[in-house]
Design a protein around this ligand. Structure first.
Ligand code: HEC
Length: 163
């Protein structure tokens, strides 16, 4: 509506109309500050994924209530799905300075797939509402974190041990 009104107002003054259109075209890139990225292109760092998605998700999955309520099961399901999605993204690398190099290592991919497999077990256990299977998945989930950190970021194991 507003646009139509502006255009008809300007129609009697072609110069103003052209100015208005040019302003609109110039304004378009303001919709996003960035060029749309290519599909599959990393958008965040591996560190971001670790700290903002994988850690909060696994904090949930490692703290399973004895008899989860419906709301708690929903939170656990969200956590398992977040872990899976983040794990898949992590396999692509990230935008950090060393991320591509890390993700190119077969050992990185192997640890990452082990983490994903544990995440799939966790999601299945959650959907079956099976707490013992979920605890078992949680046990399988920890070694790939530790193994990958030992190889690629030895400082992290110290940070985890001090928790
Ligand atoms: C496939 C390899 C890999 C796996 C699996 C992995 N990580 Fe990481 N993680 C990394 C790398 C590499 C870094 C360092 C990122 C950086 O500093 O740029 C990191 C960093 C972190 C950090 C940030 C620590 C710091 O430097 O402050 C946390 C927290 C973390 N990971 C948690 C986890 C948890 C929890 C798991 C398991 C559920 C896990 N990670 C699984 C590779 C992995």
């Amino acid at each position: 509506m507003a646009t139509a009104r502006v255009l008809s107002m300007n129609a009697s003054r072609p110069g103003a109309l052209i100015c208005g259109l040019a302003a609109a075209v110039v304004a378009l890139p303001l919709l996003s500050q960035n060029q749309p990225p290519s599909p599959g292109e990393p958008l965040v760092t591996i560190k971001d994924l670790m700290e903002k998605t994988i850690t909060p998700a696994t904090d949930q999955l490692w703290r399973v209530p004895e008899t989860p309520t419906n709301a708690e099961w929903a939170t656990l399901e969200e956590a398992a799905i977040t872990l899976l999605a983040a794990g898949q993204v992590s396999s692509l690398g990230g935008t950090g300075p060393e991320d591509k190099e890390w993700a190119a290592q077969p050992a990185y991919q192997a640890f990452n797939q082990t983490m994903i497999a544990a995440g799939l077990d966790a999601l299945k256990a959650v959907r079956e509402r099976n707490t013992s299977a979920l605890l078992a998945a949680g046990d399988v989930l920890y070694p790939p974190c530790e193994g990958c950190h030992l190889l690629f970021n030895p400082g992290v194991t110290g940070a985890q041990a001090s928790e």
